[in-house]
Every structure is written in C-alpha cells, then in structure tokens.
Design a protein around this ligand. Sequence first.
Ligand SMILES: C[S@@+](CC[C@H](N)C(=O)[O-])C[C@H]1O[C@@H](n2cnc3c(N)ncnc32)[C@H](O)[C@@H]1O
Length: 381
Amino acid sequence: MLPATAPAFSPSALLLYCRPGFERECGQEITAACTGLSVAGAVRGKAGAGYVEFVPNDAGAGAKLRAGLRFEYLVFARQLIFAAPWIVDLPAADRVGALLPAIAAFGTAFGAVWLETADTNEAKELGAFCRKFAPPLEHALKAASLLREGEIGLPQLHLFFIGSSTVCAGVSDPGNSSPWPMGVPRLSLPPHAPSRSTQKLAEALHLWLPPAEDRRLLREGATAVDLGAAPGGWTWQLVRRGVRVTAVDNGPLAAQLLVTGLVEHVRADGFRYRPRRPVDWMVCDMVEQPIRVAELVADWFAGGWCTHSIFNLKLPMKKRYEELERCRGAMRERWRAAGVTCTLRFKHLYHDREEVTGYAHRTDDPRKKRHRTSDQALHSK
Ligand SMILES: C[S@@+](CC[C@H](N)C(=O)[O-])C[C@H]1O[C@@H](n2cnc3c(N)ncnc32)[C@H](O)[C@@H]1O
C-alpha cells in the first residue's frame, strides 16, 4: 500500500486539543510559539469546541513547524497534531475504503492509530461510533502494512472525528506529543486518598518525572513542605512514596496521614511559613492570586529553601494566558536577580480546571552561593 517513493508529508495545519473553554488560550499560545519560529498564520477555533487549528499563511511552513515546535513547552494544548485537510464526506457504506488512500498519502507506517473526538458532552456519542469503527479500520491498516503496533519510533495516526462523516487525519510524533489518546491521561483515583486533588499531583508527577526520576527524587529520606495541604491529597502522594512532609494549613488534615509518622501538621499561613532547614520539595495548592503564588515559589528557590516544586496557579476568568506569562516573567526575574538557575514548565493538566500546574527545579548547585548573570536554563522555558 505504501508507495515506493512517497513524498514527505507536509501538514497543512496544526490541530491542538484543549480543555473546552480554553480555545482562546490555546490559540494565543500556539500563535506565539509559531511566531517564535517565524511562521505567521491564523487560528481557527470555536469557544467550547475543545480544539483549535492553526493554519500557517505559507502552505509550505508545516514541515518547519513539525521540526521546531515542542509539545512540552505548550501549556494549554493536550495534544499536538500535524494535520492533513479535513475529509467531510466519508461515505457511510465504506468509510475504511475512503480513508485508506488518505492515510497512505502520509507516506509512513504508524505505531498506533487513535480514533478521537473532542472532550465535550456533544462529542460523547461519537465516542461510541469510534469504538465500533476502530477494529475494522485497524484490520485494514494492518493488511496494508500501514499499522505496525508497538514499533518504536513510528508516528501515531490520529483520526479526529467531529461527525461520523467528518474527520481530520493527522500525525503526532513520539517524544513530541501526549502519549495518551485524546491527550487525556487514564489515572485511576486511588481509593484511600483524602481528596480528589490528589489526582493533580499524581498527573503532574507522571508528566514531569519519568519513573526512575520519581523513584530517585521522591523516596524515603526525602523531605517536603506542602503549603495549603488540607485535607491532604497532595501530602498523601508524597507520603505513599516515603517522603517526610510538613503539611502547612489552618484546616484539618485527614487522620490517616497523621498516623503514618511521616507528617507534621503546622497550622500557619503558607505565605509566611519558612522551613527550619532546606527541603527537597515544596508543593503548593493554595487558592490565591496567581502572581502571589508565583512570587512565593520564586522566593523559595531564591532563598535556597527547596530544589523542586510543583504548584498550582489559579487563573482569572479573563486574560488567563497573559496572567500566566506575567507569573512566568516575575519568577524568571526573581531568579535572575538572585543568581539562581531553574527550569520552569507549566501545563494545563487534565485534572486542572481554572488553573494550571507548574513544575520548577533548580539546575545549579544550591549549596554554592553563586551569583550568575546567565539565566540560560530559564530561557529554555
Ligand atoms: C484546594 S485546597 C488544597 C487541597 C490539597 N492539595 C489536597 O490535595 O487535599 C486549598 C487549601 O489551601 C489552604 N490555604 C489557603 N490559603 C492559605 C494560606 N494563606 N496558608 C495556608 N493554607 C492556605 C486552604 O485552607 C485549603 O485547605
């Protein structure tokens, strides 16, 4: 089925999934990222649709975007797909037959095929259609040598349906995309966790720490402070890994945490609390103005009180993208002034609602008091 001399696929657009209601931010962000690669274009998106498209003005710019965009730097996108033009008239009698030539035109085999929809209530019915349609399609793709499941390094094929006859086909690249269908991680809620918030920290750790790093950095003997800890879902994630936690909150903590012997409950203001000695981790889920939390986190690194942090920024209803950039800028500026070097990432996690989660870690040696002017790592976003 694959033509012997298939031309390299040149995407005509980017397709990005996002949480419904965050299309504007997703569009602002991808526009900025493409501008950074000197590619201008237009965002197409509808409020509440759960996805946006970015169409470059220069039809030949798709390959440049595929080479230059990094999914890990995108905050609001759940998935980054390099897309072919929409197919709007799939015949109900033979959808597979109609799709195969379009899929072969990508000029590659795929390691996986995902039939996807937007993460909206309206699209739920289509999910059933996708589940039914997947087996015959996979069968046909395998027969045509277009699907070689599990083969390392092959791109994923996405078929994004907005109706049973309207689909956008595209590819995502392993290592530069979400590894989850629809960009939605499947993490089950641990039955004994004190709160649903525990899912946010679980997802953040899963996203930013590969398993070996998780074991190395969050282990018996590691120390953490949890600001705004009650009732204790984030503390619970740390304690189950053997980490000793100081849980700061005026509210009550779940009793199951206190009996572990690993948790000290401090009733104090999280903005004023300082550790007696530096800790490995500071996590923070206080509901407060995002800039206050961002400055607090920046202070913890500048003061040498922690080397890793995961924290939540509750975003305002309006200008969410701008507010996030303001917070990012304030943190970088604080670190530049203090001469510390940190990397900083943000993600609008699946378990986040009107908020984003940040991960910062110090990349210079906090034991050495160095006053560097270079903030090379900060510039890496
Ligand atoms: C969203 S809840 C945290 C949930 C927690 N991460 C969990 O998983 O169970 C926010 C918490 O922040 C606490 N909080 C808000 N402002 C605070 C402050 N200035 N100092 C300490 N705690 C604060 C509240 O009391 C509340 O318990």
